[in-house]
Design a protein around this ligand. Structure first.
Ligand code: AMP
Ligand code: TRP
Length: 340
C-alpha cells in the first residue's frame, strides 16, 4: 500500500442541513472532541456545499444552520484553538479537487452508493447531479487534507471506502504515492443511533416526527418527554447483552445510555439488567439531560454573538487553506495543468 508517512490528521464534516440530533452528537461530534489532542491534527468542517445537494434550502436558513452547527461543535467541546473549524464553501480547493475526482470515480462506483439510492428513492431521474456526485466531493474534503483518519457514523462507511478507491486509482493511474488511503473510524456504543419511534430507522434530522429524535437544542423537559414516550417492548431489560438481539428499541436505549455515560453496553446491562422501562427510562432521561442540557445552553449563548462565530469560521478557513492550497497545486502538477 502506501510508502509515504502522512501526518496523522483527522478530518470530518457535518451538513448544516437542519438542527443537530443526538445521533450526530454521539455518532460524530462527541468523537471529534475525543480525537483532539497530541496524537492528531484535527480539522472539522460544516459542509455547506453538501447541504444544497438534496435541494436548495432558504439562504437565511442555511446561514443560520451553519452558525448553529459551529456553535454546537464549540459547545460540545471542540476548541477552535486546537482544531481547525470552518465552512466548506470558504475553502475553494474542496470543490476544485472534487472536479478532478469526478474524473477519477467511475459511474459504476457511484451507482452503487446506497445513500444516493435511499435519498433518491423512486425519483432518481429528478435528483440533482450534485446529489449523485456528492461522494466525490466528500472524498475531496478528506483527501485535500491528506487526512489519515475520518471519524463518522456507520452510515458513512461506504463513502469512506469510495474515498479509498479514489485515492488508490489516482495514485495508480499517475504512478504516484500522493494520496493516503484513509481509515474510517467507526467506534463506540452509538455508531448508529436509531429513531425513538422505530428501532429499524436511523435517528435523522429529516424524519417527519420530532418525537423520533432528540435535538441538541431541546430543553430538559423535551428531552425527558421524548425518552419517556420512546417506543419499547413490554419486557424488562435482559440480564445478558445477547438478550437484546431481537429487541432493536431496547438495544438502542441501552446503546444511547452507554455512549452518554462513556461506558459499554455490557456495563449498562450489568447495572440495569432486570429493570422495567418504567425505571430505566427515567434514569436515561436524567443522564441525557445532565449531559445535553449544558451543551444546548452554551449553544444558545454562543448564538447571541454570530459575529464571533463568523470570525472563528473565517480564521479556520484561513488555516485550512494553508494546508489545502499546496495539495491542490501538487495535484494539478501531477495531472499536467500548465501554470500549477
Ligand atoms: P449528517 O447529519 O448526515 O451530515 O451526519 C453527520 C455525522 O453524523 C456523520 O458522521 C454521520 O454518520 C453521523 N450521524 C448522523 N446520524 C447518525 C445516527 N443516527 N447515528 C450515528 N451517527 C449519525
Ligand atoms: N456525507 C457526510 C454526512 O452526511 C458529511 C460529510 C461530508 C463528511 N464530507 C465529509 C463526513 C468528509 C466525513 C468526511 O454525514
Amino acid at each position: 500500500m502506501s510508502e509515504t508517512q502522512f501526518t496523522p490528521r483527522v478530518f470530518s464534516g457535518i451538513q448544516p442541513s437542519g438542527g443537530l440530533t443526538l445521533g450526530n452528537y454521539l455518532g460524530a461530534i462527541k468523537r471529534f472532541v475525543d480525537m483532539q489532542g497530541d496524537e492528531f491534527e484535527t480539522v472539522y468542517c460544516m459542509v455547506d456545499l453538501h447541504a444544497i445537494t438534496a435541494r436548495f434550502i432558504d439562504p437565511d436558513t442555511l446561514r443560520h444552520n451553519t452558525r448553529e452547527l459551529c456553535a454546537g461543535f464549540i459547545a460540545a467541546g471542540i476548541d477552535p484553538q486546537q482544531s481547525i473549524l470552518f465552512n466548506q464553501s470558504q475553502v475553494p480547493e474542496h470543490a476544485q479537487l472534487a472536479w478532478i475526482f469526478n474524473c477519477v470515480a467511475r459511474m459504476g462506483w457511484m451507482q452503487r452508493m446506497t445513500q444516493f439510492k435511499d435519498k433518491a428513492g423512486k425519483n432518481a431521474q429528478n435528483q440533482s447531479l450534485g446529489l449523485f456526485a456528492y461522494p466525490a466531493l466528500m472524498a475531496a474534503d478528506i483527501l485535500i487534507y491528506h487526512a489519515t483518519h475520518v471519524p463518522v457514523g456507520e452510515d458513512q462507511k461506504q463513502h469512506v471506502e469510495l474515498t479509498r478507491d479514489i485515492a488508490i486509482k489516482f495514485n495508480h493511474d499517475f504512478g504516484v504515492d500522493f494520496f493516503p488511503v484513509t481509515e474510517p473510524v467507526i467506534e463506540g456504543a452509538a455508531t448508529r443511533v436509531m429513531s425513538l419511534r422505530d428501532g429499524s430507522k436511523k435517528m435523522s434530522k429529516s424524519d417527519a416526527s420530532d418525537m423520533s429524535r432528540i435535538n441538541m437544542t431541546d430543553d430538559a423537559d423535551a428531552i425527558a418527554a421524548k425518552i419517556r414516550k420512546a417506543r419499547t417492548d413490554p419486557e424488562p431489560l435482559p440480564s445478558e447483552l445477547d438478550g437484546l438481539d431481537d429487541r432493536p428499541e431496547a438495544r438502542n436505549l441501552v446503546n444511547i445510555y452507554a455512549a452518554l455515560a462513556e461506558t459499554t453496553p455490557e456495563a449498562v446491562i450489568t447495572d440495569h439488567g432486570g429493570q422495567q422501562f418504567s425505571v430505566f427510562k427515567p434514569a436515561l432521561a436524567d443522564l441525557a439531560v445532565a449531559k445535553l442540557a449544558p451543551i444546548s445552553t452554551e449553544m444558545s449563548r454562543l448564538m447571541d454573538d454570530p459575529g464571533e462565530i463568523d470570525r472563528i469560521l473565517a480564521h479556520g478557513a484561513e488555516q485550512a487553506r494553508a494546508i489545502t492550497a499546496p495539495i491542490l497545486k501538487r495535484t494539478y502538477e501531477i495531472v499536467g495543468m500548465v501554470g500549477a
